[in-house]
Ligand binder design. Structure first.
Ligand code: RP5
Length: 168
């Protein structure tokens, strides 16, 4: 009798964003997770344009097997906070750099959550997205020694790549 096929591992990290226009920023989170061998599920979920989709996603996220949610949005960036209101999973919020206010609006919309509904808020823009990916991996690594080693190796390589002195 044939061995039963091993089911593919479902992604434990969801990366959601308010718009297609957020993808150039949010792909940094997906890229660093990919470098660390962590699969992610990437979706467009808007608090304002697709509120029903947001509610459905947030309420189902834990049951769907996700362990961490990275949510990025710009402007009136309610997406991370609204998702955090509907799930007990850790939510990492990335303020996308808006055209009008350079992401200051996004940052303030995400960071100042009321006590009891946390969003781990990252820096504005690509650095924030990269660090959200690294933090998501670090959260998963607390229960995954192989991933923990890959994360430590990744960081060591980054340190080793820093020159002692600047080029003249
Ligand atoms: C937010 O509005 C999105 O997260 C995006 O950052 C911003 C602008 O969206 P688009 O008008 O480019 O679709 O909902």
């Amino acid at each position: 009798m044939a061995e039963p096929a091993t089911p593919p591992t479902a992604p434990k990290v969801a990366i959601v964003m308010g718009s297609q226009s957020d993808w150039p920023t949010m792909q940094r989170a997906a890229q660093v997770l990919d470098e660390l061998g962590v699969a992610s599920d990437v979706r467009i979920v808007s608090a304002h344009r697709t509120p029903d989709r947001m509610v459905d996603f947030a309420k189902a996220a834990a049951g769907d097997g996700f362990h961490v949610i990275i949510a990025g949005a710009g402007g009136a960036a309610h997406l991370p906070g609204m998702i955090a209101a509907m799930t007990h999973l850790p939510v990492l919020g990335v303020p996308v750099q808006s055209k009008a206010l350079s992401g200051q609006d996004s940052l303030l919309s995400i960071v100042q959550m009321p006590a009891g509904v946390p969003v781990g808020t990252l820096a504005i823009g690509e650095a924030g997205a990269t660090n959200a990916g690294l933090l998501a991996a670090a959260i998963l690594a607390t229960n995954d020694s192989d991933l923990s080693q890959r994360l430590q190796d990744w960081r060591s390589a980054r340190s080793a790549a820093v020159a002692d002195r600047p080029d003249a």
